[in-house]
Write a protein that binds this ligand. Structure first.
Ligand SMILES: NC(=O)c1ccc[n+]([C@@H]2O[C@H](COP(=O)([O-])OP(=O)(O)OC[C@H]3O[C@@H](n4cnc5c(N)ncnc54)[C@H](O)[C@@H]3O)[C@@H](O)[C@H]2O)c1
Length: 251
């Protein structure tokens, strides 16, 4: 068990990549706080039914008071915090000329400000325990551009840079900060983007064609990478940007 007795907060863990990560972490012995804006008690019950330790905490990662409460409740329940996975994210597929100011603000507040707020409140708690690990979930779109995805790409580019800056600031605290950049992963988030396209099936075929492996990732395949970055197996890595994109950005 690679995470035996570690305490982990995973944001956006009610669905997709975050849920697969929560299930994997629990199977590896972690005590998992499933933090999501939407109710995830059923997901937590399923983890418990498998013998894992998990609890649901409702949080909007873009609101500081709620994030502060999330960390406080984690310390209250488990007495420490070892791992933070900043996974919560939303996508609003638009070019800038089609995007409202409110949409821009909402996307940035969840995808980028949420990472800042969770790190801000998690780091002091990790320091108390002698160190910790942060894994940020960015995207291949934080490294390259894409069509009608301007704000999302900007937010994920911000997460990549925030990863490096936080790694520098907190190495001396014994806190490693790394980032995973997934390519297309079959989850409700990408399905909604596909359905919003003028021709959804053509969009789906194009996404697959743009990878070298000619398929979507399964959420579990990204959870493996997050587990590696959260565990001692990646003990010499900090400030690293790990790409798991089926080869999409190799071309
Ligand atoms: N699916 C992909 O193809 C893909 C590719 C690259 C990166 N990502 C990134 O992976 C992460 C997870 O995405 P997913 O595909 O699993 O999406 P998903 O929609 O399946 O899950 C995202 C979860 O985040 C939660 N969430 C949304 N806003 C929140 C908020 N303000 N506070 C707390 N929780 C909130 C949602 O309720 C949901 O449970 C996101 O950051 C996304 O940008 C996804």
């Amino acid at each position: 068990m690679r995470l035996r007795d570690k305490v982990a907060i995973i944001t956006g863990a009610g669905s997709g990549i975050g849920l697969a990560t929560a299930q994997r972490f629990a199977a590896e012995g972690a005590r998992v706080v499933v933090a999501d804006i939407r109710d995830a008690t059923a997901q937590v019950d399923a983890i418990r039914a498998q013998g894992g330790h998990a609890r649901y905490v409702a949080v909007d990662v873009s609101r500081e008071a709620e994030v502060q409460r999330l960390v406080a409740q984690t310390l209250e329940a488990y007495g420490r915090l070892d791992i933070l996975v900043n996974n919560a994210g939303i996508e609003i597929p638009r070019k800038v000329t089609d995007m409202t100011e409110a949409e821009w603000d909402r996307l940035m507040n969840v995808n980028l400000k949420g990472v800042f707020l969770c790190a801000k409140w998690a780091i002091p708690a990790m320091r108390q325990g002698g160190g910790g690990v942060i894994v940020n979930v960015a995207s291949e779109l934080g490294l390259v551009g894409g069509t009608e995805i301007a704000a999302y790409a900007a937010s994920k580019g911000g997460v990549v840079q925030l990863t490096k800056a936080m790694a520098i600031d907190h190495a001396a605290d014994g806190i490693r900060v790394n980032c995973v950049c997934p390519g297309p992963v079959l989850t409700p988030l990408i399905e909604a983007t596909i359905q919003a396209a003028a021709d959804p099936e053509a969009e789906r075929r194009q996404i697959i064609a743009d990878t070298l492996l000619k398929r979507f990732a399964r959420p579990e395949e990204i959870a493996h990478v997050i587990l590696f970055l959260a565990s001692d197996e990646s003990s010499y890595m900090t400030g690293s940007i790990v790409v798991a994109d089926g080869g999409g950005t190799a071309q």
